[in-house]
Design a protein around this ligand. Sequence first.
Ligand SMILES: CC(C)(COP(=O)(O)OP(=O)(O)OC[C@H]1O[C@@H](n2cnc3c(N)ncnc32)[C@H](O)[C@@H]1OP(=O)(O)O)[C@@H](O)C(=O)NCCC(=O)NCCS
Length: 164
Amino acid sequence: MSVILIRQAKPKDAEAINDIYNLYVRESSCTFDEDPITLEERMEWLAEHGPRYPAIVAEVDGEVVGWAALSAFHKRSAGRFTVQDSVYVRGDMRARGIGKALLSELIDRARDLGYHSMMAGIAHDQEESLAFHRGMEFVEVGRLKEVGRKFGRWLDVVYMQLIL
Ligand SMILES: CC(C)(COP(=O)(O)OP(=O)(O)OC[C@H]1O[C@@H](n2cnc3c(N)ncnc32)[C@H](O)[C@@H]1OP(=O)(O)O)[C@@H](O)C(=O)NCCC(=O)NCCS
């Protein structure tokens, strides 16, 4: 496959980020969002994902085919050393190492930024995402029962953690 270029997300990427994400909003329980994110919301999100909470994209042949970001896990100050990841790869580009490249970069950046731990909150039916995080040495640390409901089904959230 062509080279995967990982770089900081920019405002011009907002539409591509949304195109990738909103498909999962409509079709998958991997996100608890049920309404597509608007361009305006994505621009605000990008503005919030500055140096402390980076957003990055993966480009292949000049096209954005995946994105990832760090967000605060706890909003209150004593929780500031823990972050949560988001990683989304365009459907037709999955299983080609793009997710791994994005998450590896996020982990490196989280370490450089002095964070202590990284969390992933994953719907229990998302086998692929659970395997993906396990492969990156995240371990399951907790499970919240039936805290989500999408497509008429109750969803548990499995928390996985990587101590950085
Ligand atoms: C989960 C996701 C980010 C993985 O990205 P990807 O580019 O498809 O994955 P990669 O090709 O980098 O694979 C990395 C590892 O993930 C696991 N994995 C990937 N696809 C898998 C599949 N279909 N079944 C089981 N494990 C899988 C494997 O452990 C793989 O490592 P290996 O290739 O050494 O076996 C991607 O599939 C995706 O965007 N899914 C929908 C959104 C989502 O669930 N995001 C995570 C929520 S934060």
